[in-house]
Design a protein around this ligand. Structure first.
Ligand code: NI
Length: 182
């Protein structure tokens, strides 16, 4: 498995529309393995293929719950539960919405409250190409919608007010300039 470089805003590649996957094969599984390793390394809870420069409708998500410590006084065990979404589609969303303070591996160290439907019903193919349809809620529903935005070239700050969006874009542009100068 390879840890891939994550593209950061305002890189124009993040605005590219991703293409549907024709077949879930070993090549795609290798990409999903690399994406997961990259996401864990970052660390983050979700990553879309376009964030590593691949314009395919592929996402990985792992909310990485913290389980009970194995013994008293020990660190809680991190419970890994990787999920793979190929060609995800939202077929229903709740009218009920909620705000979550979102961040993004492509928008480092900046956060904003994004309002989204609290529950969604989604269809996708998994790691083996098997179809799934499930109703999702909580952080998983939020994260899936955030990652699916990446497939359409949308970043979380696009959902914010113009004032907040301009502030983030300004900070990102400054950070980029700083990097080029260094
Ligand atoms: Ni993101």
């Amino acid at each position: 498995m390879t840890i891939l470089p994550i593209i950061e805003a305002p890189d124009p590649r993040l605005r590219v529309i991703s293409e549907p996957v024709a077949v879930v094969d070993d090549g795609l599984r290798a990409l999903m393995d690399d994406m997961l390793a990259t996401m864990y390394d970052a660390p983050g809870i979700g990553l879309a293929a376009i964030q590593v420069g691949v314009a395919k409708r592929v996402l990985v998500i792992d909310l990485q719950r913290r389980g009970e410590p194995a013994a008293e006084g020990e660190e809680p065990v991190e419970v890994r539960e990787p999920r793979y979404f190929v060609n995800p589609e939202i077929v229903w969303e709740s009218d009920e919405v909620g705000a979550y303070n979102e961040g993004c591996l492509s928008v480092p160290e900046l956060f904003g409250d994004v309002v989204r439907p609290l529950r969604v019903r989604a269809k996708w193919l998994d790691y083996d190409g098997a179809p799934h349809e499930e109703e999702l809620d909580g952080l998983l529903a939020t994260c899936l919608q955030h990652e699916m935005d990446h497939l359409k070239g949308i970043l979380f700050f696009d959902h914010l007010s113009k004032l907040k969006r301009d502030m983030i874009v300004k900070k990102l542009t400054k950070a980029k300039r700083g990097k080029l100068a260094a």
